[in-house]
Design a protein around this ligand. Structure first.
Ligand SMILES: O=C(CO)COP(=O)(O)O
Length: 249
């Protein structure tokens, strides 16, 4: 079974009511490849606005969710609150949260479990720093981030893995097609070993890190690259070209 191409737009802490409405109306009017699953992740404050305006068939992700069901957790959002707002996905484990907000593997795993248990799909981010890459630890780092989740979650059918090398995020320094394919293939190999053939065959592994309308066409031809998680370019009209890049696969 061919894996459906998946493109996520991570707006990070960018946008306003006006600019997000503009991006959404651009997406609503654009001719998008119907075979690509499209999910945008605006800041939490704009999730409902996005759901209200984005056309059906295009999905919305939170950028984070908490692992407790409700209660005294100031500043956090629960899985049930996402569901109540028709938000069907969440990003988790983004390197900006791992590094700046010091989220560790166990916390990312607990949140992944909570989201999946509640029926929310997870775009699970992993990736190495430049230092780790230069010391040959890329595969070890990425698989240990995934292993923490595999210890708590056996059913990966609602997980999309986003491989995002930290050194390529927001730097304009995209991983080469060979570098990206090598890590994606290693992740698939790891999935096969830890979770079996079916999970390895069916799990989407998408690439993130300075993806643009220029580099997406070569990247998407790689056999183990099943889509993209796009930061900066998801705020621009170029996002549509990235969504449609699959057409040239
Ligand atoms: O972090 C990213 C997506 O989650 C990638 O960001 P950029 O596309 O801006 O490099």
């Amino acid at each position: 079974m061919a894996r459906q191409f998946f493109v996520g737009g991570n707006f990070k802490m960018n946008g306003s009511v006006e600019s997000i409405k503009k991006i959404i109306s651009y997406l609503n009017d654009a001719k998008l490849d119907p075979n690509t699953e499209v999910v945008i992740a605006p800041p939490a404050l704009y999730l409902l606005l996005a759901r209200e305006h984005l056309k059906p068939g295009l999905e919305i992700a939170a950028q984070n969710v908490f692992d407790k069901p409700n209660g005294a957790f100031t500043g956090e959002i629960s899985v049930d609150q996402l569901k109540d707002s028709n938000i069907t996905w969440t990003l988790l484990g983004h390197s900006e949260r791992r590094v700046i907000l010091q989220e560790d593997d166990a916390f990312v795993a607990a949140k992944t479990k909570a989201a999946l248990d509640g029926g929310i799909g997870v775009i699970l981010c992993c990736g190495e720093s430049l230092e780790q890459r230069e010391s040959g630890k890329t595969i070890e780092v990425v698989t240990s981030q995934l292993k923490a989740v595999a210890e708590q979650v056996k059913d990966w059918s609602k997980i999309v893995i986003a491989y995002e090398p930290i050194w390529a995020i927001g730097t304009g320094k995209v991983a080469s097609t060979e570098q990206a394919q090598e890590v994606h293939a290693a992740i698939r190999q790891w999935l096969k070993k830890e979770l079996g053939d079916k999970t390895a065959e069916e799990t989407r592994i998408i690439y993130g890190g300075s993806v643009s309308e220029k580099n997406c066409k070569d990247l998407c031809k790689q056999p183990d690259i099943d889509g993209f998680l796009v930061g900066g370019a998801s705020l621009k009209p170029a996002f549509v070209d990235i969504i449609n890049s699959h057409l040239c696969k």
